[in-house]
Design a protein around this ligand. Sequence first.
Ligand code: CTP
Length: 397
Amino acid sequence: MLKGKTVVLGISGGIAVYKVVELLRLLTKAGAEVHVIMTRSAQEFVTPLTFQTLSGNPVHTDLFNLHQEQEIGHISLADRADLFLLAPATANLIGKIAQGLADDLLTTSIMATKAPVLVAPAMNTNMYENPIYQRNEKILAESGYHLLEPASGELACGWEGKGKLPEPGQILAAAESVLVPKDLLGCRLLVTAGPTREELDPVRYLSNYSSGKMGYAIAAAARQRGCTVTLVSGPTNLAAPVGVNCIRVSSAAEMRDAVLQRLEEVEVVVKAAAVADYRPVQRAQQKMKKTGDELVIELERNPDILAELGERKEGRILIGFAAETERLIAHAAEKLKKKNLDMIVANDVSREGAGFDVDTNIVRFLHADGRMEEFDLMSKKQVAHQLLNRVAVLYKP
Ligand code: CTP
């Protein structure tokens, strides 16, 4: 989302400025062209040279600097921005914007821009809770500015409470969200993710290597594009994406119940979970003790959740995944047909960069009408957006 985009990063003076060094690094890594504007007090915390070096562009500091004005100018900065990102935004900066003041380069540029403005406030808890500050924040929100909620915790001033700048990764995700087209607004999407666990006894289970990363990436991307998202997740180490309704389950049977319960509420189902096909016939009540040299465990079939959804499709868009180690296309095509899907994402998990626990994937999309699309190595986030591009074509509000 940020690739090739011009981001004007406005930095006002607070201790959290040091965190913005990392934020700038993330922005440039994501492919954004970043121009930094610093207020006078921001420069007391970190020097412009740091931001200049990392952005590869001169840092703008002064409204009346003739040289800077000739080079780019505040109006030109405001015009060129695809996104204005204010981090940290102090109570003073937010107060000035709310009152329509434009007495330095940063506030002048913000007033002059037509680009979306994302504000990441950071301040002392008492300042944050001050009713005048809260009123100013409300003015910004009502005027169409995008406001991030500060994090809670130990503040640099020694107080505990709300007012910390959110982590750079969270600010980056919010910046992407602002820029993502809301082409799936109103669409209700359910995605499953992760492995399932089939218990043998109170301390052991059968499972697989799925990390859940693909399903979580789809949930986050769908949310960014305007979907109402339900994420039914098997056991993973991942935090649920912000704004997503996450239901945690363990076994395939629990996943089936969670999905079927919510089926009537959704128009799209994406089944990225790696569901165990079998479960032990018996779950021992106590820890199983070793006896002979061999142990034979009897397994029985789990329900095929996706096949069940395919049987009662009722106009829903159904997308499955096929993780294979051989005869990729043939196996995926068979599943597409058998489970009555609109599309299946086929990936050969034995290929480097396409396995369970990595951040990338190499996929092909097989469509119900016989088309096949082949992609190079992509991040799971890119795969998620490609998949949602196909959903956007199929989805009829
Ligand atoms: N799936 C499911 N319920 C199951 C098994 C699979 O909903 N009990 C879904 C998966 O979430 C995935 C698709 O079906 O979207 C294909 O899963 P996969 O494990 O690749 O294939 P299976 O259908 O289980 O077939 P096989 O194990 O024989 O390859």
